[in-house]
Design a protein around this ligand. Structure first.
Ligand code: TYD
Ligand code: MG
Length: 444
């Protein structure tokens, strides 16, 4: 007797018809979006021809899913060390942010002998070529096809056998089986699924470009997030820079950011990103300004924080901060009030971060306290001083991750002193144990 095992099929809720793969339309009864994933006990041979087999974990080659360097260090960093083979990567961002530019540059620079297939449903071949010329890409390795029609793409994949596939954009994908309107959630899901299945079987990697509108409500591409391995978002920063962030990464951390600037010849990486987040000034600092040494992923950045405190207009004081969590600002203001004795609860508090980067890291606490104190008292902080440290509600300065990395980054940018928690490996820094000590040291 054949062995029974659980397998997954897609069963139509209308007529009970079963398919091995998800389809947007039931081929039996013609209803749309009625196929649901169901686990059934069956001899898998019935559906797949041959039974699915398991293998001992120890027998699997760990090199099986190796990475391809994209040739763009910031992209590799965000991906967790390069483009993982057999992975699908969704790259979202507003129109005009530079998604096509980034992927064309990555396609050209990627370190692989394999072929690269660039499928553009948005631009004509001539337009893509013009962009390539502008970027100085000769494009001999890149196969280009301008279509969004799945039925055209699948034979092409078989013919080209690419190692990297770029689809620009998912919104232009459509399959005749699901009607002719591209961009519907069903179309995108169905087509993306077909492409993902192909790359998984053929040891390739897939980039799916997705346009995301300003509102950020990406009902379409959002529906693809669970299907792909990695989701990257490309966003415009205040300055002329762009950040690439991972919102999901099956093969790496989501803490890393890639920092780029868009120039005449495409995107370039920023050698010293701290320079984007610092304001160059001659002489003394104005009150309310502090420099924090924070971590973004594994990278230490120096970032200028600016605070302004004004007597509250209403009976309730408010916090205005869109780059730092407002609850954090309130907590630090309360800690200052309690442990240092300055009154902030009757003031409105404004916090800004130069260069527009959003900071969620705990190590920013002490610098935030210093700039609030400085703004409230009108006393300026000493110039060329960087600050790091987490604050407890009891007013203690808590250790932070990778303090020595932060100190090194500060030194390399010409900061002469560093105020932060004690660390084993770094002597000669302004070590403080409490917020009170820190304020005394900084403002004496
Ligand atoms: P693009 O990659 O087309 O954006 P997306 O694919 O996300 O819609 O980039 C568009 C913008 O970038 C456009 O405004 C022109 C600008 N750009 C440059 O400034 N320099 C360049 O070298 C290139 C190729 C584009
Ligand atoms: Mg584009």
């Amino acid at each position: 007797m054949a062995k029974k095992q659980k397998i997954t099929v897609y069963r139509c809720t209308e007529c009970g018809h079963e398919e091995a793969k998800w389809l947007g339309r039931c081929p039996e009864c013609g209803q749309w979006n009625t196929l649901n994933q169901t686990a059934v006990a069956a001899t898998s041979a019935v559906l797949h021809g041959s039974p699915v087999e398991s293998v001992p974990l120890s027998s699997i080659d760990p090199q099986e899913g190796t990475r391809i360097a994209s040739g763009i260090a910031e992209l590799d960093r965000v991906l967790g060390g390069g483009i993982m083979k057999r992975s699908a990567i969704l790259v979202g961002g507003e129109p005009g942010i530079g998604k096509s530019t980034l992927l064309l540059q990555a396609a050209a620079a990627s370190v692989t002998k394999g072929r690269i297939l660039y499928i553009s449903g948005e631009e004509s071949a001539g337009q893509v070529r013009m962009r390539a010329d502008r970027l100085g890409i000769d494009g001999a390795r890149i196969e280009l096809c301008c279509t969004g029609r799945l039925a055209d793409i699948t034979p092409l994949l078989e013919a080209v056998k690419p190692i990297i596939v770029v689809v620009d954009s998912v919104q232009t994908l459509h399959s005749d089986e699901l009607g002719l309107v591209p961009g519907t959630v069903n179309q995108m899901k169905y087509c993306a699924w077909e492409l993902i299945s192909w790359i998984k079987e053929h040891d390739a990697a897939l980039f799916l470009v997705a346009h995301v509108t300003k509102e950020g409500i990406i009902s379409g591409p959002k529906a693809l997030e669970h299907m792909v391995d990695t989701v990257l978002y490309f966003e415009q920063n205040d300055a002329d820079s762009r950040f690439l962030r991972a919102a999901k990464n099956r093969f790496g951390s989501v803490d890393e950011i890639g920092i780029f600037t868009m120039g005449e010849k495409g995107l370039s990486i920023v050698e010293d990103p701290s320079l984007l987040f610092l304001v160059s000034r001659e002489g003394e600092l104005p009150p309310g300004v502090a420099t924090a040494a924070v971590l973004e992923g594994t990278r230490a950045l120096l970032v200028e924080l600016q605070a302004l405190t004004v007597p509250a207009k209403g009976s309730v004081s408010r916090v205005f901060a869109d780059r730092v969590d407002t609850a954090k600002v309130s907590r630090i203001a309360a800690t200052l009030e309690k442990h240092v004795g300055i009154r902030l609860s009757d003031h409105d508090l404004y916090i800004n971060v130069a260069g527009g980067i959003r900071i969620g890291e705990v190590g920013v606490d002490l610098a935030l306290a210093a700039c609030l104190y400085s703004a409230r008292t009108g006393l300026a902080l000493p110039a060329r001083t960087a600050i790091a440290g987490e604050l407890s509600l009891a007013g203690e300065v808590r250790p932070v991750r990778r303090l020595s990395g932060r100190i090194k980054a500060a030194k390399s940018l010409g900061f002469e002193s560093f105020v932060g928690p004690a660390s084993d490996d770094e002597a000669g820094t302004g070590t403080v144990a409490t917020i009170k000590q820190a304020i005394r040291l900084l403002f004496s």
